[in-house]
Design a protein around this ligand. Structure first.
Ligand code: BES
Ligand code: MN
Ligand code: ZN
Length: 508
């Protein structure tokens, strides 16, 4: 396939991912730096470190506490002069409210740290000290570091003037080096997924996505197999090929393998929708609905980010990630309404809307995945606007054929503080994807229950594998920023999936 020269951006090198140095620090109150960050609970006395700092600034902090002039609500902040302004230590102190002590969980560690660091990156800082370790459980200390890294990645990758000033060093107090190491892996893996999503479709298309996945795989010791168009044809992946046929950028399937467990143990499968741009095809989207559709490969990006982390963490499980990659475009060769496609599984699907393309791509991708006889399988997809109507844009919809796996994922999501909600999969929905001319059709009946009818379509391709479908259409990509993150890609569910696999490695 030929590529028009103006679309080829291979000579354009995108900026690197944020990569400050993280260091342990023992005496933060005397450490020379630009800003030191300390936390204040609304119902607990100043931490030991807080008291040391307070002394260094002549009791200003305790004075402000007495006058109730300090922030104590979670994420509220106040910048005051530090001891370094006249002597030793930090030039500035960022007082951060932590809220009530009993709410200081893992999510708070991640979000509050990210909020604090993000507020400081508007200016250039070369050296930050995070003195938040004392406020959180040691088991959540990695989330402090992950949250700090999360703050440094955003959607402004192509601004000429840096919008996020990445510090050279971030010193972390009261946190073990193991927790720092783990937090760096988590934060970096989430940011890898976010960067893939934030890149425009002219940069990330099936081939270049596969290329980036293979580079990352190489760096961390994952096996990477890429199926090109010819291989997809040999493998009868006619559904993936159909969705991609209208594009000048041919489809790909990426298989990432992490062999962390015993050789004879069946793998866990993680499958992602990777529609690198969703124009809707001939059932074309209006401009407003198309504007963010570079994000339609977020499921596949989540798979890459998760596999990256599992390899770097050395998780003792066998896990295989599958990314079904295609660009859904409009052209003389586009797949059409009324087409019938025989999928790799043999089942036939009738196309009644070319904008319901994610499930079509996933039909073959799931079929490839179950060929590896996984013990359980999770798929992630920015699949339906209907899921956003049902749950809003911050909550992931779960649909499953197996309650135990669904409960395990829900538990992992709860630990990580990522909101998920299960939708029902009653047999009565099965009727709604039956077709008069083929085995199934790629839309439900009308718009009602659209998230579930999409999941019911997918269920046709999972056999009896215990399976959970995660519809991340809402949470994967944000219209507007929050104090703890920029707008754009969020990296939703990367942390949850890592936790879910790790829980299985620990035998929970
Ligand atoms: N990629 C979209 C779903 C989507 C919408 C993701 C908004 C993120 C934000 C998907 O391919 C799609 O177009 N779904 C259709 C299905 C319909 C045609 C049955 C939808 O939700 O409208
Ligand atoms: Mn679509
Ligand atoms: Zn789509």
């Amino acid at each position: 396939m030929s590529e028009s020269p103006h679309q080829s951006q291979s000579n354009f090198v995108p900026p690197q991912l944020p990569c400050p140095r993280f260091l342990q620090v023992d005496s933060p109150s005397t450490e020379k730096c630009d800003v030191i960050v300390i936390g204040l609970c609304d119902d607990a006395p100043l931490s030991e470190l807080g008291s040391q700092l307070d002394q260094a600034v002549g009791g200003v902090i305790s004075g402000l506490i007495k006058q109730e002039k300090v922030p104590t609500d979670a994420g509220e902040m106040m910048l005051i002069p530090g001891p370094g302004a006249v002597g030793q230590g930090a030039s500035l102190i960022l007082l951060v409210g932590l809220g009530p002590q009993d709410k200081l969980d893992r999510e708070a560690a991640f979000t509050i740290t990210s909020t604090a660091v993000r507020s400081l990156t508007k200016e250039s800082q070369s050296r930050l000290v995070l003195a938040l370790g004392e406020s959180f459980d040691a088991a959540d200390h990695d989330a402090i570091v992950a949250g700090a890294l999360y703050a440094l990645e955003g959607q402004s990758i192509y601004r000429s003037k840096q919008a996020i000033n990445v510090p050279d060093s971030i010193l972390v107090a009261g946190v073990s080096s193991a927790a720092i190491e783990r937090g760096m892996i988590l934060g970096d893996s989430i940011n890898q997924a976010r960067r893939l999503v934030n890149e425009p479709a002219a940069v990330i298309y099936p081939e270049s996505f596969a290329q980036r996945a293979s580079e990352l795989a190489e760096q961390v010791g994952l096996q990477c197999e890429i199926w090109d168009q010819d291989r997809l044809a040999e493998e009868n992946c006619r559904a993936i090929l159909a969705v991609g046929i209208g594009s000048t950028k041919p489809p790909r399937l990426v298989i990432l393998t992490h062999n962390g467990g015993p050789a004879d143990e069946p793998p866990i499968a993680i499958v992602g929708k990777g529609v690198t741009f969703d124009s809707g095809g001939l059932s074309i989207k209006p401009s407003d609905g198309m504007v963010d559709m570079k994000c339609d490969m977020a499921g596949a990006a989540t798979v890459v980010g998760t596999m990256h982390a599992l390899a770097k963490l050395g998780v003792k499980k066998n896990v295989i990630g599958f990314c079904g990659l295609a660009e859904n475009m409009v052209s003389g060769s586009s797949y059409k309404l009324g087409d019938v496609i025989q999928t790799r599984s043999g089942k036939t699907i009738e196309i009644l809307n070319t904008d319901a393309e994610g499930r079509v791509v996933l039909s073959d991708t799931l079929d490839v995945a179950i060929g590896y006889k996984p013990s359980s399988m999770v798929d992630l997809a920015t699949l339906t606007g209907a899921c956003m109507v049902a749950l809003g844009n911050e909550v992931t919809g779960l649909m499953a054929n197996d309650q135990a796996v669904c409960d395990a994922l829900t538990a992992a999501a709860k630990t990580e503080g990522e909101p998920v909600w299960q939708l029902p999969m009653f047999a009565l929905y099965d009727e709604k994807v039956k077709s008069k001319v083929a085995d199934i059709k790629n839309v439900g009946e009308g718009r009602w229950g659209g998230a579930i009818t999409a999941a019911k379509f997918l269920q046709n391709f999972v056999g009896d594998t215990p399976w959970v479908h995660l519809d991340i259409a809402g949470p994967a990509f944000a219209d507007s920023p929050k104090p703890y993150r920029d707008a754009g890609a969020t990296g939703a569910m990367v942390r949850t999936l890592i936790r879910w696999v790790e829980n299985q490695a620990a035998g929970d």
